[in-house]
Design a protein around this ligand. Structure first.
Ligand code: ADQ
Length: 744
């Protein structure tokens, strides 16, 4: 209120000063104009009369003067003629009664023989006096005075002051009303909303900050308060969760528990994670830069762990706006609004990315490890880039751990097989693990790689090698056994090479219990409404477009299902979210076309006027946007032809806090070892998969719920914090390197 009063007072004062100054100038100008007008008229009359009247006055003929004056006088002008001594000879009747005995202008005109003029009060009126001397043969004989009524000057002045007064009032009022409306709209109301919101936060009702009309004014404040609120909410939720777990006697791993575990077990040792994919990339869209979480199972799993543990995450900076969003060393805090760990970006040239990432890793190792009938391509140039980029990452990691004692280095995936040995050679005190997120094939399949020895030798530089399943560990140990000079300890699952031992263990990766922090609580009806569909049954698939994920097989199975069970036409819609991936590799571009074509064919063959069986949404989706699909689908399909683990299956289960929903899961995904209550399918068997779809939609509610409850229990217990705790515990247990082993 005080602000409003001050604002209105300021508006009134400024309006007063401005309009007052303008009025003053305007009145002065008007007065000058009116005076000029009076003068002009007086001169005209005075000088016109003077010639005619001079001889008559010189003669002293009062009657003559009277005669002349009669002709000239009007109601608004008076004329008086004075004799040589300044006495009135004749005056027109309108001025005669009010003329003072002497007029200074007249006296001055006679005495100094010059025209003299000015304003006077005559009677009770203001008049303008113009006196001109009357001269005969160079001698003053008297004076002629023209007396004009000047009362209208004051009236005009008053009129102007009044008009400007009205103007001032109108302006001040209008501006004040506008200012009040603007203040209410942009300050008072948003402030009230913000204070309501902060009150709610204090009372434990977390909600996103209210929309504010002026982002420049309130945006930074709202953001800061939102950050504060999020931290408070997180701390609150963690405390509640911990208390609930203590009460129920459960020993579930939570973010808080992992944090405490890391503090106790690692005692401040630096944790460095290395992966190709970064947890957040910055991409340019038009003039704006957007932060994007890549569609990657590795990122989904590792980000919550890093948020809990802190440390440095070294990764390839692949976004086109990555450089400008990091500091000179490529470092930035993540998440940006509440940094909990450091991302260190590594810059790669186009050729390096092409050879190392697209070439060797994704055209060579990826199909090599996923046996899905896509032939691996091994080009010597790609291998050279792969080795080179590994050296580059090694340099960055060594720089990051330079001042850290016995740091823990957690290397991720098939992009970095040589990296463990490169780091260990320089820093034997570091505890190095590599986690392989994709399957490990049998030794015959792996044997076709021309650089198999180099890869194995690099990996065996690690103290610990992790896979998702025991089956992949066994494959790996067998591959090493058949390829290298080593000793395999099958009892403890370890490989010994000379002095060095490497443990090989399964760590089935998982997801965080909360898929997103603040899910968009959209209802099923709202979701269907947004998609413009109506459906009794909703199925969902969420994938990167990758030939290992069995997308064409799934689409054919859906076609089979609708052909075999036509009663589900117009009742069931399958929504496929598909993020384009590695599109510059020809096989991926071809697959993208193949999937689009398959969807088009099935839709064309089956669609009716009001229904399309498959809704194909081909783009990257943020996790917040995926949440409603998982939450409201009747079933989720994971039909990988081969998959290390598959986190989509676990995400679907973790989101289903309603206890409902059916998971159809490929037996070739690592997740099928844990999620036994899914409907397990062979994705190559179209009829079998179609049957699973029917079983999913026809499954009685109590069976659905019982299965989901068991799966939720499994995912809740074996979540990503459990995984990280297991892995870090194993790594921290590794004894120190023998003294003097550190390279010079
Ligand atoms: P990925 O092959 O990347 O992971 P997956 O485990 O299924 O596969 O994870 C995919 C992730 O991407 C999920 O978090 C999912 O939500 C997200 N995603 C999928 N489609 C998306 C879309 N359209 N838009 C945005 N995000 C999308 C590799 C291995 C897996 C292993 C993980 C973790 O291949 O077998 O489970 O690493 O180890």
């Amino acid at each position: 209120m005080r602000l409003t009063i001050r604002l209105v007072a300021a508006i009134w004062l400024s309006a007063l000063v401005v309009i007052g100054a303008f009025a003053f100038l305007q009145i002065r100008e008007e007065r000058e104009r009116l005076v000029d007008d009076l003068k002009r008229r007086a001169v005209l009359v005075g000088e016109g009369l003077k010639e005619a009247i001079e001889p008559v006055v010189a003669r002293g003929s009062t009657a003559g003067v009277e005669r002349i004056l009669k002709k000239f006088s009007t109601a608004r002008r008076g004329i008086a003629v004075y004799d040589r001594l300044g006495g009135v000879m004749v005056a027109t009747p309108d001025v005669a009664p009010i003329l003072p005995p002497s007029l200074p202008e007249v006296t001055s005109a006679i005495a100094r023989n010059v025209v003299s003029q000015g304003f006077r009060i005559a009677g009770d009126r203001q008049v303008y006096v113009y006196a001109t001397p009357l001269v005969r043969e160079d001698r003053p004989v008297g004076a002629l005075a023209v007396i004009l009524d000047a009362e209208h000057l004051a009236a005009a002045e008053w009129d102007l002051w009044r008009a400007n007064g009205v103007r001032f009032l109108a302006l001040a009022l209008i501006v004040s009303v506008i200012a009040l409306v603007v203040v209410r709209g942009t300050i008072t109301r948003p402030m009230a909303k913000m204070s309501e919101w902060t009150k709610g936060l204090r009372a434990g009702r977390y909600a996103p900050p209210p929309e504010v009309p002026d982002a420049d004014l309130f945006g930074p404040l709202a953001m800061e308060v939102a950050k504060l609120a999020r931290s408070m909410q997180r701390a609150h939720a963690t405390a509640e969760q911990e208390a609930a777990l203590r009460l129920s006697g459960e020993t579930i791993w939570t973010e808080e528990r992992l944090k405490q575990f890391v503090n106790l077990r690692l005692g401040g040792r630096l944790l460095v994670v290395v992966s190709n994919r970064e947890p957040v990339s910055h991409v340019r869209q038009g003039r704006q830069v957007h932060a994007r979480t890549p569609a990657s199972g590795l990122v989904t799993a590792m980000d919550p762990m890093m948020r809990a543990c802190g440390g440095v995450w070294v990764a390839h900076g692949s976004g086109d706006a990555d450089r400008e969003t990091a500091d000179a060393r490529g470092r930035l805090g993540v998440p940006e609004d509440d940094p909990r760990y450091t991302l260190r970006r590594v810059w790669l040239s186009r050729e390096e990315e092409q050879g190392y990432y697209y070439g060797f890793a994704n055209e060579g190792l990826w199909p090599l490890c996923h046996i899905v009938h896509t032939r691996p391509v091994f080009r010597p140039d790609d291998w050279a880039y792969y080795a080179e980029v590994n050296r580059k990452f090694a340099e960055t990691v060594l720089e990051e751990i330079r001042d850290a004692e016995e740091p823990l280095v957690l290397i991720q995936d098939y992009h970095f097989a040589p990296l463990p040995a490169l780091i260990k050679a320089e820093r034997p005190d570091a505890r190095v693990a590599i986690f392989w997120h994709i399957p490990w094939p049998n030794f015959e399949a792996f044997g076709i790689c021309p650089w198999q020895r180099e890869l194995l030798s690099g990996m065996l530089g690690a103290d610990l090698i992790g896979f998702h399943t025991q089956y992949y560990c066994n494959n790996f140990l067998e591959t090493v056994d058949r390829t290298m000079e080593t000793r395999i300890d099958w009892e403890h699952f370890a490989v010994t090479r000379g002095e060095r031992a490497t443990s090989v263990k399964p760590f089935p990766i998982s997801v965080a219990p909360e898929f997103v922090d603040d899910p968009p609580r959209r209802t099923r009806e709202e979701l269907l409404g947004e998609l413009g569909i109506s459906a009794e049954f909703l199925g969902v698939g969420v994938e990167r477009i990758d030939y290992t994920k069995g997308l064409p097989e799934r689409i054919r199975a859906l076609q089979w299902f609708f052909e075999r069970y036509p009663e589900y036409r117009e009742r069931l819609v399958f929504v496929q979210l598909a993020a384009p991936s590695r599109s510059t590799i020809p096989r991926y571009a071809e697959l993208q076309r193949e999937v689009e074509e398959a969807v088009r064919e099935v839709n064309q063959a089956l669609q009716t006027r009001s229904w399309r069986p498959i809704l194909y949404l081909e783009r990257h989706h943020e996790h917040r946007d995926i949440w409603p699909y998982y939450r409201h689908a009747d079933f989720c399909m994971v039909t990988s032809l081969h998959d290390g683990m598959n986190l989509v299956a676990k995400e679907f289960v973790s989101v289903r806090d309603d206890g409902d929903g059916v998971l159809i899961l490929s037996r070739f995904a690592g997740a099928s070892y844990e999620l036994r209550d899914a409907l397990i399918v062979n994705p190559y068997d179209l009829a079998g998969t179609a049957e699973a779809i029917r079983a999913a939609v026809e499954m009685p509610a109590d069976e659905r719920r019982a299965r989901m409850a068991r799966m939720r229990h499994a995912v809740r217990e074996h979540n990503i914090y459990w995984w990280a705790g297991l892995l870090l515990n194993e790594l921290a247990r590794i004894p120190a390197a023998p003294a003097g082993a550190r390279a010079p």
